[in-house]
Design a protein around this ligand. Structure first.
Ligand SMILES: [Zn+2]
Ligand SMILES: [Zn+2]
Length: 361
């Protein structure tokens, strides 16, 4: 596949997992030449997403080894194809989860290409030329310009990287439910305060909403209020607190990846309220019908976002100075970071300093 595709002539250094032990080691591989519609990006930083962890360990049984993870990629454009008019050499660029879609279905035509059923991801996917895609744990990337966004000058590159997956995952449902800065003053809840949740709180506050963090861990209250500016906190294991806050929220974003019931959380919604699930527990979540029926409530899912939405998010982040709280690690610390991530021991996202000393471009 990738290794024998004729125009894959560019040698790139990266970091890959080779088997389900998940151990990451240096790996040299080939990328395609920069085509007419492509840009080449010198990668400066790449965020570490939970999805990376699942792929290196083959948790979902779909990993094609060796896998070069990474879909929170930022860097500088170094080559531009002849058909690319919206980027130039030297631009600050970001690439998220998407590598290719069909470009022709109703979702692709309607800027919802993240829901195209031909979608191929930026790693462990199969590109149009039949090659397996390799992600951002590598020194450079060749990407079709239709899946690339601009990173505003006002944002730090390292703290902007996680916006490309964690950020857009929580931004898209906010936009979809009319909760951007053009319609402030809603009461929104964020379940779980990890990589996704902490950005959701920042978005909610920046867009002018009353934000409540809902968590099973009492220690998160101080974090939520003091560090991230949340207005309220509900300890979800405390039945009295849950009872006292029934029917108080317009909208809830559930970012929790552990198995749980949506029932008690749904009770926090007003009538007609919406809960959007973006966390992905291995087993089905419990969805009791009474809280749905008695409150005419809606439960929806959401997966990342389109490129158009991702650019809109980037521009709004530039305007409001929103970026992620990160811990930067070197390429020699990737395994340690992945191990700490299994224990959720990170505030709030690891970002790999791919270019090392040459990152200060
Ligand atoms: Zn991700
Ligand atoms: Zn499509």
């Amino acid at each position: 596949m990738a290794q024998t595709t004729p125009n894959h002539t560019q040698t790139v250094s990266g970091w890959a997992a080779h088997d389900p032990s998940g151990k990451i080691t240096p790996y040299t591989f080939k990328r395609r030449e920069n085509g007419k519609n492509d840009v080449t990006i010198k990668i400066l930083y790449c965020g570490i997403c939970h999805t990376d962890l699942h792929h290196v360990k083959n948790d979902w049984g779909i990993t094609m080894y060796p896998v070069v993870p990474g879909h929170e990629i930022v860097g500088i454009i170094t080559k531009v194809g002849s058909k690319v008019t919206n980027f130039k050499v030297g631009d600050r660029a970001g690439v998220g989860c998407l590598a290719a879609t069909c470009l022709d279905c109703e979702y692709c035509r309607d800027s919802q290409e993240n829901y195209c059923d031909q979608v191929q991801f930026v790693y462990n996917g199969v590109f149009w030329d039949g090659s397996i895609t390799y992600g951002g744990y590598s020194e450079f990337l060749v990407a079709d310009h239709r899946y690339v966004v601009r990173v505003p000058e006002s944002l730090p590159m390292d703290a902007a990287a996680p916006l490309l997956c964690a950020g857009i995952t929580v931004f898209s449902p906010l936009k979809d439910n009319n909760l951007l800065d053009s319609s402030p003053g809603k009461r929104i809840g964020v379940v779980g305060l990890g990589g996704l949740g902490h950005i959701a709180v920042k978005f909610g506050k920046a867009f002018g909403h009353h934000v409540t963090v809902i968590s099973t861990s009492p220690s998160k209250e101080k974090e939520a209020k003091n560090r991230l500016g949340a207005d309220d906190f509900i300890l979800s294991t405390d039945a009295d607190q849950m009872q006292a806050k029934k029917r108080t929220l317009d909208f809830i974003l559930d970012t929790v990846a552990a198995h749980h019931s949506l029932g008690p959380t749904l009770e926090l919604l007003k009538v007609n309220g919406t809960l959007v699930v973006v966390g992905a527990p291995d087993k089905p979540v419990d969805l009791p019908s009474f809280p749905l029926i008695f409150g005419k409530r809606v439960v929806k899912g959401s997966m990342i976002g389109s490129i158009k939405e991702t650019q809109e998010m980037m521009d709004l982040c530039g305007k409001h100075n929103i970026s992620c709280d990160i811990e930067v690690v070197s390429t020699s610390e990737i395994n340690e970071a992945l191990h700490r991530l299994t224990k959720n021991d990170v505030k709030y996202r690891f970002v790999i300093d791919i270019a090392g000393k040459s990152s200060n471009l």
